[in-house]
Ligand binder design. Structure first.
Ligand SMILES: CC(C)(COP(=O)(O)OP(=O)(O)OC[C@H]1O[C@@H](n2cnc3c(N)ncnc32)[C@H](O)[C@@H]1OP(=O)(O)O)[C@@H](O)C(=O)NCCC(=O)NCCS
Length: 172
């Protein structure tokens, strides 16, 4: 099967924060950011698989930094690892300083998408080969995140989550 690289799926969405998208503190509403990340992740998963893709799970979201009204927000999404029919998508969210143009990291998230056929049945996706150190780190950690997600969803027994268990057993 065809091999692809994380860079092949790279998706960048840049947009403003408008008043209708903020909370009472005039910061970006969390649900709006989740939707922007879902859109970017969906495009990345589609670029990797060239299939219809659906969101299977939001594995992790960290709202580390508030995003003020008027900010220019950039969401970057890349497939970090493929499994058989599912893909982990890593998202980095940046805001841009108006005067200097310098970008700072605001948030990050990890989504899982599944490639499906016209009737919604899961179908295999291409293999991915990480190229950079960061891509390799994200690739290496993706299996335990998948196992954690499946355990939390009640789709895997904790005793079968071998990679996840190894994290706790081996961590001194
Ligand atoms: C996602 C979906 C296609 C999975 O279908 P399914 O019948 O559970 O199929 P499977 O059990 O074969 O799972 C397919 C893949 O998804 C993965 N998966 C399913 N649930 C998961 C979860 N909670 N976390 C991580 N991976 C998950 C499975 O591990 C499997 O991966 P693999 O083939 O790469 O090993 C199905 O549940 C679905 O269509 N859900 C609705 C999607 C949707 O509408 N999203 C938008 C929400 S509004």
């Amino acid at each position: 099967m065809e091999v692809k690289y994380p860079e092949d799926s790279k998706t960048t969405l840049t947009d403003l924060v408008l008043p209708s998208e903020t909370n009472p503190l005039n910061n970006l509403f969390g649900g709006e950011l989740l939707a922007r990340m879902d859109r970017a992740a969906s495009i990345a998963a589609r670029r990797h698989s060239r299939r219809i893709v659906v969101t299977a799970s939001v594995n992790h979201v960290a709202f580390n930094k508030a995003v003020p009204l008027g900010s220019v927000v950039t969401v970057e999404a890349k497939v970090s690892r493929n499994f058989k029919t599912s893909m982990e998508i890593f998202l980095d969210v940046w805001i841009e300083d108006r005067e200097s143009g310098r970008r700072s990291k605001a948030n990050e998230a990890i989504y899982t998408f599944v490639a499906v056929d016209d009737t919604g049945n899961p179908v295999p996706v291409p293999q991915i080969e990480p190229q950079t150190k960061l891509e390799q780190e994200r690739y290496d950690a993706a299996l335990r995140r998948k196992q954690l997600s499946l355990v939390l969803a009640g789709k895997m027994k904790p005793k079968d989550a071998t990679e996840l268990k190894a994290l706790f057993v081996n961590d001194k």
